[in-house]
Design a protein around this ligand. Structure first.
Ligand SMILES: [Zn+2]
Length: 370
């Protein structure tokens, strides 16, 4: 290690559990971050500054004005220019640390491209905004024995957990009930999680039933909450990259910045888990992905898998977020200019104002929950 490098990382090298050998190892390491929103930007910033050798950032969205409150790599001009988040993140991170090879990929992670986008990375990191993507990453990681860090945040709280396939529980152990697994409905989730956590700080609401799920676009999210969870995720990532097994455990950490409550709950593996038990990787096989088709000249239809939505509840959540919502017992319609979203009770949705399936899936994940 040359003098300049030693000086740059001196405060981290002084930290006994990292030292010069650990710093060298970080430089040789790499990771892929899936999603570049509030968690992804804060996480990528920490890891690039820490000197992780190579970071790939995968994101399907464009920067919007409403992102600036918490997504720390973006500026007003990025929103004005509607630049892809992955492109902006790559540019900013390269300016922060030119030692790190940062690669922004503008893409929607799917069963089809997961192998290409995640292949070769020894660590996967969660910056996603929906459970469908997380369960896809979980399938990929469990199947290939790749460690990953699950993290999610909404409102004032969030959770994080290091998942080491074969050693710890996986995300399906944590979130899927047997019935949900049978129906391919990850969103049913929560039952098991809230049973183990007692929902004391609301973190189980991160894995609630479809349509009743709180998302950042319905109940909001504090930048402070994202910052805390991204920091916990970054520390877990560094421990995994350095192979600090003794510093890792099988606990799900949750933190609420508003109430100040935190918990660390030991999560056991389920022998009958769909993913790590029965090795049924349906998200990776694409079976659990919703089908998306064109519908008319300027609309995209999402054919959701079997899923009943509580439209009244969804309508209340959306209205609380200041949206103009109309609904009857069959459908619910709301506007997110320039789009109009119509959601049916069986989970199907039509998004008017776009021909891009990625935009439609993104709107669905953000406002309906996935
Ligand atoms: Zn499992």
């Amino acid at each position: 290690m040359d003098a300049k490098t030693r000086e740059r990382y001196s405060r981290q090298i002084l930290f006994a559990d990292i030292g010069e050998a650990g710093q060298e190892r970080l430089r040789e390491s790499s990771a892929a971050v899936v999603g570049c929103g509030a968690l992804g930007t804060a996480l990528a910033n920490l890891l690039v500054r820490a000197g992780v050798g190579r970071l790939r950032i995968i994101d399907r969205d464009f920067v919007e004005e409403s992102n600036l409150q918490r997504q720390t790599l973006f500026e007003e001009s990025d929103a004005r220019d509607a630049l892809p988040k992955a492109v902006v993140a790559e540019r900013r991170l390269a300016a922060i640390n030119s030692d790190v090879k940062v690669e922004g990929v503008v893409a929607d992670l799917t069963a089809k491209n997961a192998g290409d986008l995640l292949g070769g990375f020894p660590l996967l990191l969660d910056g996603a905004d929906n459970f469908e993507t997380r369960l896809l990453v979980n399938d990929y990681a469990v199947k290939g024995g790749v460690p990953w860090v699950y993290a999610a945040v909404v409102a004032s709280y969030g959770v994080a957990m290091a998942i080491r396939p074969g050693e710890t529980a996986c995300l399906a152990c944590l979130t899927e009930t047997d019935e949900a697994a049978e129906a391919g409905e990850a969103g049913e989730a929560g039952a098991r999680h809230s049973a183990t956590t007692g929902d004391e700080n609301g973190s189980s609401r991160l894995v609630a039933a479809p349509g009743t799920q709180a998302t950042c676009d319905t109940v909001g999210v504090l930048g402070a909450a994202a910052g805390v969870i991204a920091s916990i995720e970054a520390a877990l990532a560094i421990k995994l990259l350095l192979g600090k097994r003794q510093a890792l455990d099988d606990r799900l950490v949750s933190f609420d910045v508003w109430t100040g409550r935190s918990q660390a709950i030991r999560v056991g593996r389920r022998p009958d888990c769909r993913a790590c038990g029965r090795r049924d990787f349906r998200y990776l096989a694409g079976e659990a992905q919703p089908h998306v088709t064109m519908c008319g000249r300027d609309s995209v239809q999402i054919h959701e898998r079997r899923r009943r939505l509580d439209l009244a509840e969804l309508g209340r959540n959306l209205a609380a977020g200041g949206g103009e919502v109309r609904h009857n017992e069959f459908l619910l319609r709301f506007r997110v200019p320039p789009y109009e979203v119509t959601v049916f009770a069986d989970g199907r949705a039509i998004i008017k104002g776009t021909r891009d399936p990625a935009v439609a899936r993104s709107l669905y994940a953000r406002y309906v929950g996935a």
